[in-house]
Design a protein around this ligand. Structure first.
Ligand SMILES: C[S@@+](CC[C@H](N)C(=O)[O-])C[C@H]1O[C@@H](n2cnc3c(N)ncnc32)[C@H](O)[C@@H]1O
Length: 389
């Protein structure tokens, strides 16, 4: 694969990240569980992909997320959030992992238009450079609403009432990788090879991984030789922390993923881990640590099970296309003036990308969870896929 040449700054960042990973692997005895490799590559202070100041989102970055495709995405989500706040009789919004701040800006301006502004718009962001980017976007787009915006570095302590939203948040969590070989499970660790990295398959060692695989495959005799995939063991602890801080309200998560049956289907025998660098997508996680995004699809069944165990009701699970349509997309489109050709075409293009099955429309799903609040939500009116989970 041909990758664009690295700038000097990128080459230096890559060198530093490799040095940090090599030291971490050596101090772990020569092999580091894959989730820890991924955690360092994405989140290590100062250098990790989501922490260093390199541009990631949009055309000039590595990938494009839905809020960057079109403001209609965030405006539709805002409408669903407005309904949630109405059900709750008020409350705040908490956005986790807010990227460039585009979604916060467009949601706030739509919520203002709907006369449904939240008490606070809280942003939980781990990256100082992204916090700055978010501040800049919001200052430019909705300066008068900035006093409502609060940045957090951890989940609020108990007592949050409102709506938590996260777009492409869960896919950015570090995962374990595993495979089936000669009738046993193995997990992937990362070893050093020169100045780069290689696979080192080992018997299961990470706490909880054997139990998690046993739950997925109580009888693993039918699993094909060489089958491999990944598992997000951080999802349930993350949700538990959210549950501890949420007094009453909703969680709305949008991400690419499947129900468990589809995720771990025998035909998807190499898992879903993928890397992005300047709009190239590839499978090698060792190529550009610190410069490339690494992401895995979301197991929405696991999310729903963890949520129900924590006392949430499943409000709905549907495709992004259906969610946006049920949240007012068509109505927004109908207000676009076809005589204002440039604006109209750009709007149509955004809608296509967000909703067509071959684009983001079906690959991306939306799941909403409710606790202490009315579960039924209009975003899931026309296509409820909960029975698939
Ligand atoms: C793929 S980006 C999506 C950004 C943005 N939501 C968008 O749609 O453009 C994933 C974001 O999730 C954040 N993230 C991942 N795990 C997190 C966690 N446990 N707490 C807070 N943020 C997290 C990352 O730092 C990153 O900003």
């Amino acid at each position: 694969m041909h990758l664009p040449e690295l700038t000097d700054a990128e080459a230096s960042l890559l060198g530093e990240m490799r040095g940090r990973l090599i030291a971490q692997i050596e101090s772990a005895g020569g092999a580091l569980p894959f989730d820890l490799y991924m955690e360092t590559a994405l989140y290590s202070p100062g250098l990790g992909y989501y922490v260093n100041g390199r541009r990631k989102f949009g055309e000039a970055g590595d990938f494009v997320t839905a809020p960057e495709v079109s403001p209609l995405f965030s405006r539709c989500l805002a409408r669903q959030v407005a309904e949630c706040l109405l059900n709750l009789g008020g409350g705040s919004v908490l956005e986790v992992g807010a990227g460039s701040g585009r979604m916060a800006t467009d949601m706030l301006s739509e919520l203002e238009m709907l006369d449904a502004l939240p008490e606070r718009y809280q942003i939980l962001e781990l990256s100082p450079s992204l916090r700055q980017a978010q501040f800049d976007t919001l200052s430019h787009g909705v300066p008068h609403l900035l006093p409502r915006v609060v940045w957090l570095t951890e989940m609020p302590s108990a007592g949050f009432r409102g709506v938590l939203v996260g777009n492409e948040l869960l896919d950015a969590m570090p995962v374990h990788r595993f495979r089936r070989v000669e009738g046993t499970w193995q997990e992937l660790a990362v070893a050093v090879k020169g100045r780069t990295f290689c696979d080192r398959w080992k018997p299961l060692q990470s706490p909880g991984l054997a139990e998690a695989l046993e739950k997925l495959w109580p009888d693993a005799t039918g699993v094909i030789e060489g089958y491999s995939s990944e598992l997000n063991m951080r999802l349930a602890p993350w949700l538990k922390a959210v549950a501890a801080s949420l007094d009453a309200g909703y969680i709305i998560l949008i991400d690419y993923g499947f129900a468990q049956r589809e995720y771990y289907h025998a035909e998807r025998s190499l898992g879903t881990l993928i890397c992005h660098f300047r709009h190239r997508a590839y499978a090698d996680p060792y190529l550009l640590p610190g410069l490339q995004d690494m992401t895995a699809n979301v197991d929405f069944t696991a999310l729903a099970q963890a949520a129900v165990a924590l006392g949430f009701e499943l409000s709905g699970y549907t495709t992004q296309a259906h969610f946006l349509i049920d949240s007012g997309l068509e109505q927004m489109l109908s207000t676009s003036d076809p005589n204002d050709l440039k604006r109209h075409l750009s709007m149509m293009q955004g809608v296509k990308k967000l909703t067509l099955p071959g684009e983001m429309g079906e690959r991306f799903k939306v799941m909403a969870l409710a606790r202490g609040a009315r579960a039924a939500l209009s975003g899931f009116r026309s296509r409820d896929m909960r029975e698939r989970l």
